[in-house]
Every structure is written in C-alpha cells, then in structure tokens.
Design a protein around this ligand. Structure first.
Ligand SMILES: C[S@@+](CC[C@H](N)C(=O)[O-])C[C@H]1O[C@@H](n2cnc3c(N)ncnc32)[C@H](O)[C@@H]1O
Length: 347
C-alpha cells in the first residue's frame, strides 16, 4: 500500500492540509470506519485512469461508497478526455460479467483442478479475492459450453481446509473467451503461447483451432505441463498442441532459425514479465503481417498507473507498455480485461 490512500486515516491533519474541506467535505468528515474498506485495498486496486493520486483517491472513494448505479463507473482524470465516464468493474459487476461467459466444461474442470494445486495462488490480491470466488459453471451445449452459475471456488491450503483461490495464475474465463474469439476471427491456423502453466489459456485456444491448426505451447515447468497435457488429451486436442518444454525465448529463437518467421497467425504472451521485450521482438519475427500478438498483465494489478510503485516487474511492464505504444510496427489496443491485455496487430 502506498500514497494518499494509506496515510489519510493515520494522519488526518496531513490529509486536511492536502484536501481542502470545500472540495472534499465528505472525504474529510467521513468516519474512519467508512473509509476502511478503501484503505485496506492497495492503491493499485482499481484500474482508474489517474491524473493525480489525490484525484484518483477522491474518484475511487466516491465510486466505492456510492450505492447507486454510478458506483460502477469512473471518470477520466484527464480533462482532455472530456470527463468521459467509463465502467469500473466492481465485484458484483464482475460476477455478472462472468455469469455471461460461456466456459467449456473441460476448461471449467481444468480451472477447478488448478485451484487445488499447491502454488496455484500468487500473492493475495484483495480485488481478485473478492471477485473470483463466486464463480462456477454448469455445462450446456457445444464442447460442454457452460451457462454460468455462481458458487464458491476453492483451493486447499496446507491445513486441508478449503480456501478461496485468491490470485490464480491462469487467465480469467472472460479473457480466455476473448483469446479464443480473436483466434476464430483471425481464422488462425498457427499459434504460439508463451507461458502455459496448467494449460487453461492454451486449451481455450486449441479448442477453437481447426483440425489442421497447431499451437506451439512454451513452458519451463514440467509439472504444470503434465496437467496441461492431460487436459489436451481429455479434450481431444493433443494433436493440435506442440509442447516445448524449456525456456520460451530459446524455443522461439529455434523456431526462427528453422525458417518459421512470418508464418504464425497468433501469439499469446503470459510468462516472465521482465522478458516481455524479448518475447515481443521474437514473436514479431514469427508472426505474419496482419497477425496478432496478445500480451497479458499489462495493467499489473493497476501498479503501472501508480508512480509510487517502482519494483522491477512494474517498471519493466511500464517500460514495455511505453515501447509498444511508440512501436510503429504494430497497431495496438490495450484492453482492461483480467489484469489487462494489449492486442498488437503486426503491420
Ligand atoms: C501466468 S502463468 C501462465 C498461465 C497460462 N497462460 C494460463 O492462462 O493458464 C506463467 C507461466 O509462465 C511460465 N514461465 C515463466 N517464465 C518462463 C520462461 N522463461 N520460459 C517458459 N515458461 C516460463 C511459468 O512457469 C508459468 O507456468
């Protein structure tokens, strides 16, 4: 936690000097317990377009303490954007969104099995912890596509008791659905994934590839790959997936050396954040003109927008985002889905 979000309750006099009563009467006079929920969240918890930390705090406070329909919106802090009001995903709104995701039954099973793995949780992240645990699906039509239903999602901690899965490594179901749709829209035949883990996103892609399609799936962790391979088998898509066990950059370089440049339609990057620049450069060689490179975690739990957060991964992703923004070799769209994905189309 950092910035004004944190010091406000513990140092009210400093807050009062920074936030004039005329402008922020509700903020200053609000009882501390009503601020507590905000203050327990890291400043990066909301994906708000920030022009200044204080303005961001004020917007977030208003959004989270309002019970009317506006509580799911934020306003751009930069006046140049005309106070554009956009959706901010609250827990209830995200539940609603998830209830409109069609998740194939096999993906649901993989997601639930992954949740029981040791190490399936990264550092707890309050927003995801709030949002994700109420998710489950019931099966329905094509490929076991699901009509969603809300129920607890749990993992086992080392006491053997069920715990909500706090920050799963795999993409969220709505992200997987978008990835699959991008592959379908492209009519992709040849795809690459960098960072497979237990196979959730790669399976979502493989399921929509044509029979002749191929997904090169790069992952360094064999144990995770074993789970992924088991699910490729179960889903009947093993023949579409070419698993490359080892360091992803090595696999990509070897593909280039084998003359596979400009032959891939689609790539998804979801591995080591500090390697994003290198993956991107290699994939830019492998993907054809008009093909897509999709990068995950570009909003990094919102830390990229917080100038007070400067750890190595955050700085690396921030620098990567900047370089992609300026890269004339691709057109781009940064999408606030999951932890943020940038879709790059090779020009
Ligand atoms: C966030 S997880 C991937 C989740 C997966 N895309 C999904 O949605 O199910 C990141 C994975 O990247 C793998 N990884 C990290 N650095 C890697 C590298 N240099 N080469 C290959 N795999 C790597 C990790 O072992 C981990 O399994």
């Amino acid at each position: 936690m950092s910035g004004p979000d944190v010091f406000l309750p513990t140092c009210p006099s400093m807050a009062a000097s920074l936030l004039p009563r005329s402008t922020y009467p509700r903020l200053i006079f609000a009882p501390l317990f009503s601020l507590q929920r905000d203050l327990l969240l890291p400043s990066s918890d909301r994906l708000v377009h920030v022009s200044s930390p204080i303005a961001a705090f004020n917007r977030r406070f208003r959004a989270q303490n309002s019970n009317n329909s506006a509580d799911a919106t934020v306003v751009a802090g930069d006046e140049n954007y005309g106070n554009k009001r956009v959706i901010s995903v609250t827990p209830s709104l995200y539940d609603y969104l998830l209830s409109n995701v069609r998740e194939p039954e096999i993906l649901k099973e993989l997601r639930e099995e992954t949740a029981t793995r040791r190490g399936s949780q990264m550092q707890a992240h309050p927003r995801r912890a709030t949002v994700i645990p109420r998710l489950a699906w019931a099966s329905s039509s094509r490929a076991g596509c699901a009509s969603p239903r809300l129920a607890p999602r749990c993992a086992f901690d080392n006491t053997g008791q069920n715990q909500p899965q706090k920050d799963p490594r795999q993409v969220s179901p709505d992200q997987a659905q978008l990835l699959a749709m991008l592959v379908q829209i492209l009519g992709a035949e040849k795809c690459i994934e960098v960072g497979v883990y237990t196979g959730y996103s790669s399976l979502a892609i493989a399921l929509v590839l044509p029979e002749s399609g191929r997904l090169v799936a790069c992952e360094r962790d064999m144990k995770s790959l074993e789970v992924a391979k088991r699910y490729y088998d179960r889903a009947g898509v093993s023949h579409k997936v070419d698993v490359k066990h080892g360091m992803a950059a090595d696999a990509l370089k070897s593909m280039i050396q084998k003359g596979e440049s400009c032959s891939y339609d689609f790539a998804f990057v979801d591995a080591e954040k500090r390697m994003y620049h290198e993956y991107f450069e290699l994939l830019l060689q492998l993907v054809r003109v008009g093909g897509l490179i999709v990068i995950d975690n570009v909003l990094w739990h919102g830390k990229v927008a917080n100038p007070l957060v400067n750890d190595a991964k955050t700085v690396s992703i921030r620098n990567f985002n900047r370089s992609v923004m300026e890269d004339k070799r691709v057109s781009i769209s940064m999408v606030p889905i999951g932890d943020g994905m940038t879709i790059c189309r090779k020009l």
